[in-house]
Design a binder for this molecule. Structure first.
Ligand SMILES: [Zn+2]
Length: 352
């Protein structure tokens, strides 16, 4: 369990970096001197920051303090064995690298979601949540990646050292919600490689693959900059008759996932977060728990789902394996077979 002294040290790091100036989402003056917002105004963008139109919860340092001073997190093991595998190939195949990182093969087009190969997910390399399980796919064994799908700017999803390796390794396309492009340019991707999309906008990849950015109920922030200055989201990916949905980080929300189903269709396979959910009073507005993840699976009409966002980095108070057990209970309570929604361990995968 992290000690109080360690926690106070984390607050000091956070306070230090939060004092740095804003970097993203700046308005620009037009020829008449009027300030233009950088993106179209919408129910989720007010000209300066993004928000969840259905329900938006901002948690501040006071809430973090309230959580951490009373927290009694279940200790995680220092390390968990993994047997790295080569990514599965198939008409629709996913291989779990760990946390929210998957190699996805959709009809020969290979995608990489929220790639993280670093040991820590933090603004600094010497402090912050540390990996307990090595990546389930060796970086050196990655196939040619056609595109990266980057859901939002949080460190456990947007890992600049990994993105730098991928940019240097020749990946030529990254698809991400609005305003995340600055991070990708910092990582070394060329401007033309970066496709920033608003919710419901789509882009085509070679091979007849269409990627649509979908809403999620979440938020964004890095050590520097303004909170919620970059948009968050998920992705619906279609290739012919096959489809894959990546939820990103999200809270449960019935109308949100019903709308994704009605506008983007029912996926053959969905990756849905099942971890980092305790305590609920703090986390329910940003991360779903396994029971809610099963509801999301049903609302989407997914044929099968895989559970992500558990078992790699301890971010919250639940035990490392509790999401797996809670998912099994929720499936049973909903009369669903275990194979319909599997919590994939790193280094395993499935062909849907
Ligand atoms: Zn997040």
């Amino acid at each position: 369990m992290p000690g109080r002294r360690e926690f106070l040290r984390s607050l000091a790091v956070g306070a230090l970096v939060s004092a740095a100036p804003r970097l993203a989402g700046c308005a620009t003056p037009d020829s008449t001197g009027t300030m233009n917002p950088p993106y179209p105004l919408s129910d989720h963008f007010d000209g300066r920051v993004f928000r969840n139109p259905r329900q938006h919860v901002n948690r501040g340092w006071g809430d973090v303090l309230r959580w951490k001073l009373k927290a009694d997190p279940v200790p995680w093991p220092e390390s968990v064995p993994v047997t790295p595998t080569d990514p599965l190939r198939g008409p629709l195949a996913v291989t779990a690298v760990g946390h929210a990182s998957f190699v996805v093969d959709l009809g020969g087009t290979v995608l990489l979601t929220d790639p993280v190969w670093s040991d820590r997910v933090s603004p600094v390399s010497w402090y912050g949540p540390k990996r307990v399980q090595a990546p389930g796919v060796s970086f050196a064994r990655l196939p040619r990646i056609d595109a990266i799908l980057l859901s939002h700017d949080h460190y456990d999803h947007c890992d600049l050292p990994t993105l730098q390796r991928l940019a240097a390794g020749g990946v030529r396309r990254v698809i991400t919600p609005l305003a995340n492009g600055d991070l990708l340019r910092d990582a070394g991707f060329a401007r033309e490689a970066i496709v920033e999309l608003d919710w419901w906008q789509s882009t085509a990849l070679p091979g007849g693959v269409e990627v649509t950015v979908t809403p999620a109920q979440h938020w964004s922030n890095r050590a520097t900059g303004v909170r919620n200055a970059r948009l968050w989201g998920g992705f619906m990916v279609r290739s012919g008759a096959r489809s894959f949905f990546f939820a990103g980080d999200t809270a449960a929300n019935d109308s949100l996932f019903s709308e994704i189903r009605s506008r983007a269709g029912e996926p053959d396979l969905a990756a849905i977060p099942i971890g980092a959910y305790e305590p609920r009073w703090f986390m329910a507005g940003q991360h779903c728990n396994p029971s809610e993840a099963v509801t999301v699976h049903r609302l989407l009409g997914a044929r099968r789902s895989v559970g992500m966002h558990w078992g790699t980095f301890q971010l919250t108070d639940e035990g490392r394996d509790e999401p797996v057990h809670a998912l099994a209970r929720a499936l049973s309570e909903n009369g669903l077979e275990p194979h319909v929604f599997s919590a994939l361990e790193a280094g395993t995968g499935l062909i849907a």
